[in-house]
Design a protein around this ligand. Sequence first.
Ligand SMILES: O=C(O)[C@@H](CO)OP(=O)(O)O
Ligand SMILES: [Mg+2]
Length: 433
Amino acid sequence: MNSEIIGIKGRQLWDSRGRPTVEAEVVLAGGVIGRAIAPAGASRGAHEAIDLRDGGEAFGGMGVARAVANIVGKVAPALVGRDAADQAAVDAALVALDASPNRGEIGANALVAVSMAVLHAAAAAAGEPVWRWLSGGRPVRIPLPEIQIFGGGAHAGRRTDVQDFMVMAPHAGSFRRALEITDAVYRAAGRLMAAKGAIAGVADEGGWWPNFESNEDALGTLTKAIETAGFRPGEDVFISLDIAANELGDASGYRLALDGHRLSGEAMADLVVGWAKQYPILSIEDPAGQDDFAAMANVTARIGDSVQIIGDDVLVTNAARVEIAAAHGACNAALIKVNQVGTVTEAKAALDAARAKGWGTIVSARSGETEDVTIAHLSVGWDAGQLKVGSFTRSERMAKWNEVLRIEEAMGGDAVFAGASAFAAPVAARLMT
Ligand SMILES: O=C(O)[C@@H](CO)OP(=O)(O)O
Ligand SMILES: [Mg+2]
């Protein structure tokens, strides 16, 4: 069998924040090699799988060396002899290795690197690009990108409360055009910042460093940047926010450092709904904390028929939490990050659960990334409809955007840009009118 796993290696590499991370390399009997690198988040939900990582964040700094040792000492013996083409069986074997509730024994970074490396190896053995291998020949769409213009929150020393100020161009018609539009908005935003003497470099994902007086100042500047780039805010180009409210508090209260406010869950929901009414906002991620289903549901009930409400920290790419959130009416879209759960198969299960609810699905990078482009292929091959990678101007981000451009080119005339179809039905309907 060509796709039989005959060896697995692990090694320590470095991510875009200059922090250690894990690479796995899977060798198959037919001679092909699959390789993948684990990303790492900064704003993380408490229900996420845990990385073994240096820097004291988890397990007292025992770190990446232990994750690498686990790949060699525990994962390789369990997977050698298995068929890489059977991703579900490989991932089940990986999951069986770690009895801890949060994957902290083997380490989510070790698991995700191996799981994705197996995927790459299987596709290579089949002689197919990963996206096509995943699609199994079914028609898939090129995702609508959401791209960061200002980076705040945990990615910019908490300079703004809101973490990601992004834009989306659902009517762009192609991925290539969506990037051109976003580039123009990014440059225009930079010029506006420069004009008011507020340029101070970029944040972790490449968005401009957010030198703003208030969250509203940032929202107003972004709206103006869309306009000065020559587009109609709320028609051609929309704002997408990741509030990452988990970093601001929980159901017992939210503290907005920038605005000096302390807000209840209800007041937090009022604030976000107010923004959605005042600014050309199409999508809002994590408007409330990871367990504040009441505030999430409050926002979704009031504006979810016209605005995408994404669960990230609240769902943590976990199919069971998608069910809980859906029972609360907490959101109408799910962010999908493989390393939040550990394996490719489990991430796909979360995506399928969200899709079964009629939700939108967004494959997402982490704030700590590398040259690994697996998520570009997942977003296309799973027909997710949307892709979130961060900004322009940093190569760990551009690597993903550029990979989707290659895929779009390879599809030629068959390429279908997801555009408005990427959203839950009521939100898509808003865009069609
Ligand atoms: O919150 C998020 O969606 C991501 C990407 O912006 O950030 P992090 O990887 O730090 O969790
Ligand atoms: Mg998020």
